[in-house]
Design a protein around this ligand. Structure first.
Ligand code: SAM
Length: 249
């Protein structure tokens, strides 16, 4: 019976590779890899001699068909992304859904994830949280996305490319105000790992006075507004009821 393994790989520090991930990659018939150069490095380091194919956002259809053919032959395929967990702002969800629909086993092999690592060290409430991933690059679309998030009470998790960090922090300040707490988690698990904890305004000051390099996750405190809005709604409702009662009298 064919099986698809979704295997977590390090987000920077090779020591985070799990024993199970190594074994599954060694034993699989094929590794489907987002970035084969990265998989070569990983394979060399952990003595993995499994053949691999590329599976990334530009060959999802063709690559997906190939994976399903192998599963139909009873083979095991291990899917890895460039870093961290497949499917999390990375390819994987599409083929997982198709494999499940065709009745194959889809098995997670948990490993590092940048958002969860950032969240636990952020100093901001870890639940409930909302993982958003990347905001849209287009200003207008990003504004609409942030407007829809403004009153969410959950802690918000974003990924962002270094060259867009300042712009995103400005957009956050515009939509959420300067005072919300935020943690920028930089270069997690790597040599220059760093946490910038403060308000959105302080994070923006930091970003504007630094040469921004490396990978970043953003952890933003949820809104306290939703509760206030709910209270307002209830008091509006009771005002309407009051008027109705007066009219009935
Ligand atoms: N699948 C990955 C995971 O499970 O975390 C995420 C892949 S996504 C394409 C890449 C983004 O994740 C980066 O742009 C950055 O926002 C975040 N990221 C990945 N590695 C990171 C690290 N070591 N430190 C901080 N952020 C990281």
């Amino acid at each position: 019976q064919g099986a698809l393994y979704l295997v977590g790989t390090p987000i920077g520090n090779l020591e985070d590779m799990s024993y199970r991930a190594i074994r599954i990659l060694q034993e699989a018939d094929l590794i489907a890899a987002e970035d084969t150069r990265n998989t070569v490095k990983l394979s060399n380091h952990f003595d993995i001699n499994t053949p691999f194919m590329s599976y990334h956002e530009h060959n999802i259809e063709v690559g997906g068909r190939k994976i399903l053919e192998l599963l139909a032959q009873g083979k095991t395929v291990a899917l890895v992304s460039d870093a961290g967990m497949p499917c999390i702002s990375d390819p994987g969800a599409d083929i997982a859904e198709k494999a499940i629909a065709e009745g194959y086993a889809v098995i997670p092999v948990p490993g590092p994830n940048a958002a969860i690592s950032a969240l636990v060290a952020s100093g901001i409430s870890a639940q409930p949280f909302l993982f958003y991933g990347f905001l849209d690059r287009q200003k207008k679309k990003r504004r609409v996305q942030l407007e829809s998030l403004r009153n969410r009470q959950e802690t918000l998790l974003f990924y962002e490319a270094p060259h867009r960090l300042k712009e995103t922090l400005r957009a956050l300040e515009e939509q959420f105000g300067p005072d919300r707490r935020i943690t920028l988690a930089r270069e997690l698990t790597k040599r220059y790992e760093e946490f910038i904890r403060g308000t959105i305004e302080e994070a923006l000051d930091w970003a504007e006075s630094t040469e921004i390099r490396g990978e970043f996750c953003l952890v933003v405190e949820g809104s306290a507004e939703a509760e206030a809005q709910e209270e307002e709604w209830w008091s509006e409702l009771s005002a309407v009821e009051h008027v109705q009662q007066l009219m009935e009298q």
